[in-house]
Design a binder for this molecule. Structure first.
Ligand code: NAD
Length: 466
């Protein structure tokens, strides 16, 4: 769908008008293209003083593997330690160098006073982050910490990161990654995602990396040899998910309702996937999916993307609109998961990824049915993640919660509300289906074994429910 204001603002006159009137200034976001480098510029890394080296070493290993151009602030001991790991780190000049990525290991911060190290690292470089740059802070999950001073300091990181995400503008994102002690080796897939253009429309998020097996992958084709099923794959976000999973190497079973058959066939044909026409609320939907899975040796991932809106205020909503939205968006997911797990249709280390919505987090006018269903998806993910953590054969479950994404669904929203939804976020623009798809591909990767129970908003840090 066209974003006329966004296009106008890219012109030189548009930029001047917007600046003078104080209007939002959306920039064209960097987006990933196959074959491109993960990090398109230099990386400045830093860490809070402390004994525990585990996070900074894990970060250095990832950067060495990416052959990134790495800088440190001005601490020579850091450079030596990095050299040993294979990172040829340079000391940044005080004012000139610009950075695409800033990574700060805050895991050793253990009281309020030590938070000053956040200021000391980020303040001098706050104006030296490139457009579509990335800020990543790594800490320890506060819920795992019993010492009050340490817990409050680690929890503080959230406020810092969410504010940076709002302040830096120009397509720059900021994320906080809480990694459990001893789980540092699982950081790899998450650091790659957050430092790359794949995470273009994800900002102000807090992700937890925990225990679990991060399986080695070929990073050019991380989903090679895997079979993944996507519901609602004939158009919109589902189509983008199917295309991205296939791009990353998966065989994709594309599912949609029979009425969408021709569009579905087109998508599946273009990605050499297969077609399954079934209504996910049908009695035999589980059976049909299980049969399709068996033909291909089981599923390595299922992406529950299909969903509908039937908006009305509660007072005006007829019963059918309530039932339909709850059945498609929520009840069917619970039923299908239960059936597929019982039938062993999901392979060891399988990934379940659900599509929630920021409406499920914040609530929305005219969307009692939809927000109920999407909040329920979060409940389903939370509860299932707990089960998987204790004996789920390496399986994981996570969800994305998209904000305003440019699709047929959002094109049907009246102009004024649509324009407000599109601009009310730190990117001042709507996201694209591919932004949701890239986030799902990260969660669906065999390398993401440490991600379980995360709800990640793909919303450009939308103000709704923030
Ligand atoms: P869309 O309407 O373009 O596509 C949804 C697809 O699901 C369609 O192909 C449809 O045929 C299919 N579907 C619907 N009911 C089905 C059923 N019973 N069985 C099988 N398939 C069925 O919508 P979209 O914008 O691409 O949204 C995809 C998902 O993302 C939905 O879950 C939606 O709630 C969620 N979402 C979208 C946005 C947004 O801004 N577009 C924001 C938040 C969440």
């Amino acid at each position: 769908m066209s974003d006329r204001y966004g296009d106008f603002i890219q012109s030189s006159i548009g930029k001047k008008v917007a600046k003078n009137l104080g209007l939002p200034l959306p920039v064209t976001l960097d987006r990933f293209e196959s074959g491109q480098r993960i990090v398109r510029g230099s990386v400045l890394i830093g860490s809070a003083a402390g004994e525990d080296n585990r996070v900074r070493e894990a970060v250095a290993h990832v950067l060495a593997d990416l052959h990134a151009e790495v800088y440190v602030s001005d601490d020579a001991t850091d450079t030596e330690a990095l050299n040993e790991i294979g990172v040829d780190a340079k000391v940044a000049s005080s004012t000139e160098d610009k950075f695409k990525v800033l990574v700060f290991d805050a895991s050793n911060i253990s009281n309020a006073a030590e938070l000053k190290q956040m200021y000391e690292f980020f303040h001098p470089v706050a104006r030296r982050v490139e457009q579509s740059g990335r800020v990543i802070v790594i800490g320890r999950p506060p819920e795992d910490i019993t010492d009050i001073d340490t817990a409050l300091a680690q929890r503080s990181l959230e406020g810092f990161v969410r504010s940076v995400a709002k302040e830096f503008k120009r397509g720059i994102t900021a994320q906080l990654v809480y990694v459990g002690e001893g789980n540092e080796k699982n950081l790899d897939s998450t650091l790659r995602f957050f430092s790359s253009a794949r995470s273009a429309y994800v900002s102000g998020q807090v992700v937890r990396v925990k225990a679990g097996e991060a399986i080695d992958v070929d990073w050019n084709q991380p989903l090679a040899g895997k079979t993944m099923l996507v519901t609602g794959a004939s158009r919109g976000i589902g189509e983008a998910i199917a295309r991205v999973l296939a791009r990353d190497g998966a065989h994709v079973i594309c599912l949609d309702v029979p009425q969408q058959q021709s569009d579905l066939q087109k998508v599946a044909g273009e990605i050499s996937g297969s077609v399954l026409t079934v209504d996910i609320t049908a009695e035999d939907a589980g059976k049909q999916i299980a049969a399709a899975a068996t033909k291909r040796g089981g599923l390595d991932a299922i992406v529950h993307n299909a969903g509908v809106i039937r908006d009305k205020t509660l007072a005006n909503m007829d019963e059918n609109k309530w039932d339909m939205v709850i059945n498609i968006n929520l009840a069917s997911i619970a039923t299908l998961n239960r059936y597929l797990l019982e039938q062993n249709s999901l392979n060891d280390n399988a990934r379940i990824v659900c599509v929630s919505s920021i409406a499920g987090i914040a609530g929305n006018n005219g969307q009692t049915n939809y927000a109920t269903s999407k909040a329920g998806v979060i409940g389903l993910v939370d509860a299932t993640a707990k089960q998987f953590a204790t004996g789920g054969a390496g399986m994981t479950i996570n969800a994305v919660a998209p904000g305003f994404i440019e699709t047929e669904m959002t094109a049907s929203i009246p102009f004024a509300i649509r324009e407000a939804g599109r601009r009310m976020n730190s990117m001042s623009q709507g996201g694209l289906p591919i932004d949701v798809a890239e986030t799902i591909a990260w969660m669906a990767s065999p390398a993401s074994g440490g991600l379980n129970g995360n709800i990640v908003r793909v919303c450009g840090q939308n103000l709704l429910g923030a």
